[in-house]
Design a protein around this ligand. Structure first.
Ligand code: PLP
Length: 457
């Protein structure tokens, strides 16, 4: 293939990248990485460097790269019918089939799925529907949404507000007033080192109860959370957390939105994180794993109890005033159908269970005793290595040290393995494609061990 030597320059002059230091990039101080091709768990850049992608893009290429079956489904759909809308009862074979496949896999109390394009817009839809729901029920004051610090739910106006990371708020006038944040369930980072896990859960519950009491339960519509905190640090909840939180929500008639953008379709070794933790959701947000990112598609799955109120709403008020041009886009839907079929045919969730636990165990064995590794944790094919300056005294690195950024850079540059420096705190994240082999897991662990040693000693 002919090489375009101007790409670096074109990139700096024209391309506004998301989540990027714009000034440094425009000045050419950070490299433009042009990714050219990919297969299985590996990506390759245009200079021929091959990397083992232990974060599956942005934890989304779940079935792995280069799947012919999905590429064919997309091409066939584009040739047959590239687009038709889904307004006023229209559909395509792909979108209707995918809706059925999603509901067959979702928890039993779920009723219908609305398709969007991104995790952010799906959560935006959820918030709108929650407000609509309470208006139909004659509770116009019950509108606030509780999220958790360190939660990640998108980067729009409402969804960026739900996200509980300062980096997504600073200078954007977020969070908006209707959004409240409660304690992140992060046992390792608890303030009181002597606190038991059970006492810690009780303190998370007490914080939530206090917030509800302060605001008034009649002003709070919903609580949103990821089964396992993702972008906020890959933190599985402490034992008993979700059961206790659900008890509080039921008591105060607060809806539960389970954001399964990362955990949906197998990442925890079960179809949904809701299955894993016994969550009974009113809304489930899906995106990434729905198509394994072969095409943009997301969804808001609504429960029977929500659906009944939405039906009542349209009987009383006429058609629902909500939708995007690209809702249920046929190309995304065709990718979704082929992707979910592949997930079953290749038994990839079984691989998550076996290779995921092997990866986590191997990371723990290789790094758990390192003086600058505070904790190795995870669930399914999701793992994190938390770096710390002083393990005994629980002193974290100064952000200016850029500890995790240096480790992930060393992994990539020296060992050709991609792990993600998570955006808050010194946490190295792993979320490989589900097709990861044990040999590839060994490569990831060896690269992490060497990079931690070379950067932190
Ligand atoms: N929800 C969760 C749990 C996510 O991890 C993400 C993205 O990483 C989103 C929502 C937002 O999805 P998107 O980036 O597709 O808007």
């Amino acid at each position: 293939m002919l090489r375009n030597d101007k790409l670096d320059q074109w990139d700096r002059e024209n391309f506004f990248h998301p989540s990027t230091h714009l000034a440094q990039h425009a000045r050419g101080e950070s490299p433009t990485r042009v990714i050219r091709t990919a297969a299985g768990s590996h990506i390759e850049d245009r200079d021929g460097n091959r990397f083992l992608d232990a974060f599956a893009g942005l934890y989304c290429v779940n079935v792995g790269y280069g799947r012919q079956e999905i590429a064919d489904a997309i091409a066939d759909q584009a040739r047959e019918l590239a687009y038709y809308h889904a307004y006023m009862g229209h559909g395509t074979e792909a979108s209707i089939t995918l809706a059925k496949m999603v509901l067959e896999r979702a928890p039993a109390n779920m009723s219908k799925v609305y398709f969007g394009l991104s995790g952010s817009d799906a959560n935006e839809t959820n918030v709108k529907l929650i407000w609509y729901y309470n208006n139909i029920l004659g509770r116009p004051e019950k509108k606030k949404i509780i999220s958790r610090w360190r939660g990640y739910h998108g980067s729009g106006l409402v969804t960026g507000s739900l996200t509980g990371l300062d980096y997504f708020h600073k200078k954007f006038d977020l969070p908006l007033a209707q959004v409240l944040h409660t304690t992140a369930p992060f046992y390792y980072r608890r303030a009181d080192r002597a606190q038991s896990e059970a006492d810690y859960v009780a303190s998370c519950v007490a914080d939530l109860e206090a917030l509800i009491a302060r605001e008034g339960a009649d002003t709070i519509a919903a609580f949103i959370g990821e089964p396992v905190l993702g972008t906020g640090g890959i933190v599985p909840p402490p034992e008993g957390y979700w059961q206790a939180i659900q008890g509080v929500l039921r008591k105060h008639d607060i809806l539960l939105v389970v954001d399964e953008v990362v955990t949906g379709f197998g990442r925890l070794g079960t179809m949904f994180g809701s299955d894993h933790y016994g969550l009974e959701a009113d809304f489930i947000t899906i995106a990434k794993g729905l198509t394994s990112a072969y095409a943009p598609l997301s969804g808001s799955i609504v429960s029977d109890r929500v659906w009944k109120v939405l039906e009542r709403g349209t009987d009383e008020n006429g058609p629902l005033g909500h939708g995007w041009t690209y809702s249920a886009h046929p190309i995304g839907a065709a990718a979704g159908v082929a992707n979910l079929k592949l997930l079953d045919d290749l038994k990839l969730i079984e691989n998550v269970q076996s290779v995921g636990s092997y990866l986590r165990q191997s990371l723990a064995e290789a790094l758990g005793d390192h003086p600058h590794v505070g904790e190795v944790r995870g669930e399914g094919m999701l793992a994190a290595v938390e770096l710390i300056k002083d393990k005994e005294k629980q002193i974290y690195f100064d952000p200016a040290d850029k500890a995790v950024a240096r480790v992930s850079a060393a992994m990539m540059d020296q060992h050709k393995v991609i792990a993600r420096a998570m955006p808050q705190s010194d946490i190295l994240g792993f979320a490989p494609p589900f097709c990861l082999t044990r040999e590839e897991a060994d490569t990831v662990v060896a690269a992490t061990q060497k990079a931690v040693k070379s950067v932190l000693g």
